[in-house]
Design a binder for this molecule. Structure first.
Ligand code: 5CA
Length: 445
């Protein structure tokens, strides 16, 4: 993409309404525009990041053997009356009437609808286990929408639902989700810690929230610093192996890590003092095991191996896809702007032409641009007639992890400059080598 042809409405001023850094940078870098309170349009650059996050979530779910489908945003109130949640959900639910006076609602989550789909088609344990998920917009009429996409009213969520014949199988699905979430967040360059939490309106006995540590997070968290050292990295995960999943889950759930809702000071005191940490965190995902809560209410039963009809065992598992855009910025920025992790960056690399209109620099930039595209990379070429300082400021603000700077001086020596946004380190190298290096960096992502 050439910047002169793109749609990147960068703001010079810091918007007064934005209280936290991610919200400020999302507005300033032209990622989103508020459409109504807690409701946002995703501008081109923001949409690219959102789609990248969505793709990672999708890929990791499919690796875990989970099956994508798509349910609508609008749901019939009748299903929710069956589960008893139509009234119970309260003011957070946006209720709508159609022209015939029928009650609809904009889905805040999908336990009822997925259970209805399940009961319509599945009746034998032989068809289990199954985990179905979708990535779809939700609406919750939050009391205090704030911090931009972090606590929106309309937001994009991945929500998945497991169906199993018994408790043990459902707990295995719980473990599988925990591991797939660890991988998902790691691929986005995030450290998200699973913490024992409270189940709220979803219900259930077993639930973990995944928290990204950040001062601006809405949750208060308490943890053993040892948990920060854990990493899956390139460990091979076999989702068919329940023992391996259990081992990984136990590794991550043994060190103390709880939100304020479940915090137990007596237990926390047993952690060596120098490892006790308390801070704030952003909840980017949550997994629940709730057994037969919805299957009993909605009559979703299967015959088990003994020929008896039993309510199917379930859990639900969510990732805040749109919230993640804000969470990643909270975790990765500096005073100049965003610093995207390579896994989610909207463009792989920025090309800055220091002397637009100069035949030689223009040609060199065009060559680098074409070279990157040939290798399947997606560069953003700043081809505006602007001062170098203004171009650097834009690149720093929008946070592309790599920048190639092309100027007449360097070209005389046959080199361009390759700069890391994160470390600020730069090196001079011939244009072809800069292209190759970028290709290598992204080869395994
Ligand atoms: N049905 C379950 C799991 S599928 C569920 O709804 N879980 S949830 O309520 O915890 O939501 C899942 C994730 O969506 C949360 O972890 C959070 O990251 C995100 N989320 C929830 N509310 C909002 C909101 N108002 N704005 C942005 N993201 C939100």
């Amino acid at each position: 993409m050439r910047l002169t042809r793109y749609f990147l409405p960068v703001l010079k001023e810091t918007p007064a309404e934005a209280q936290i850094v991610s919200h400020r940078y999302m507005l300033r870098a032209g990622l989103i525009k508020q459409a109504a309170v807690g409701i946002y349009s995703w501008l081109p650059l923001g949409l690219k990041v959102l789609r990248n996050i969505e793709r990672i979530v999708d890929e990791e779910q499919q690796k875990a053997g989970h099956i994508p489908l798509l349910m609508p945003t609008l749901q019939s109130a009748d299903l929710w009356r069956e589960s008893g949640r139509y009234e119970a959900y309260g003011e957070e639910m946006l209720r709508i009437k159609d022209r015939h006076g029928r009650d609809l609602l904009y889905g805040p989550t999908n336990e009822e609808m997925i259970t209805d789909i399940f009961r319509s088609f599945v009746s034998s344990y032989r068809d289990l286990p199954k985990t179905l998920y979708h990535i779809q917009w939700k609406f919750r009429d939050e009391m205090r929408p704030r911090f931009g996409v972090m606590r929106g009213r309309e937001f994009l969520m991945k929500d998945g639902y497991n169906f199993d014949v018994d408790r043990d199988a459902a707990l295995e699905a719980y473990d599988r989700h925990m591991v797939s979430y660890l991988r998902t967040f790691e691929r986005m360059g995030l450290k998200a810690i699973p913490m024992r939490a409270d189940s709220g309106p979803i219900g259930g006995e077993n639930t973990h929230e995944f928290l990204v540590l950040a001062e601006t997070g809405e949750s208060e968290v308490f943890y053993d610093s040892e948990i920060l050292d854990l990493e899956l990295s390139d460990r091979m995960v076999n989702y068919e192996d329940p023992d391996q999943l259990k081992e990984i889950v136990s590794e991550w759930t043994t060190p103390y890590a709880r939100t304020d809702e479940t915090h137990d000071p007596a237990l926390f005191d047993k952690v060596p003092e120098e490892r006790r940490r308390s801070s704030r965190g952003i909840e980017v995902g949550q997994i629940f095991y709730f057994g037969t809560k919805y299957s009993e209410a909605l009559g979703a039963t299967v015959t088990n191996a003994d020929g008896q009809r039993v309510p199917v065992e379930m859990g639900s598992h969510g990732i805040g896809v749109s919230r993640l855009v804000g969470a990643i910025i909270e975790a990765s920025h500096d005073e100049k702007g965003i610093i995207w992790p390579e896994g989610v960056t909207p463009f792989h690399v920025g090309i800055v032409n220091l002397r637009q209109g100069d035949a030689e620099t223009d040609a060199a930039c065009a060559g680098i641009y074409a070279g990157l595209r040939t290798l399947g990379l997606d560069p953003l070429y700043d081809d505006r007639n602007e001062r170098a300082g203004a171009k650097f400021a834009t690149m720093d603000l929008i946070g592309l992890p790599w920048r190639i700077t092309v100027g007449p001086k360097g070209l005389k020596n046959g080199v361009v400059e390759l700069v890391s946004r994160r470390t600020g380190e730069s090196e001079e190298l011939p244009p072809e080598q800069a292209v190759e290096k970028i290709a290598r960096i992204y080869a395994y992502l």
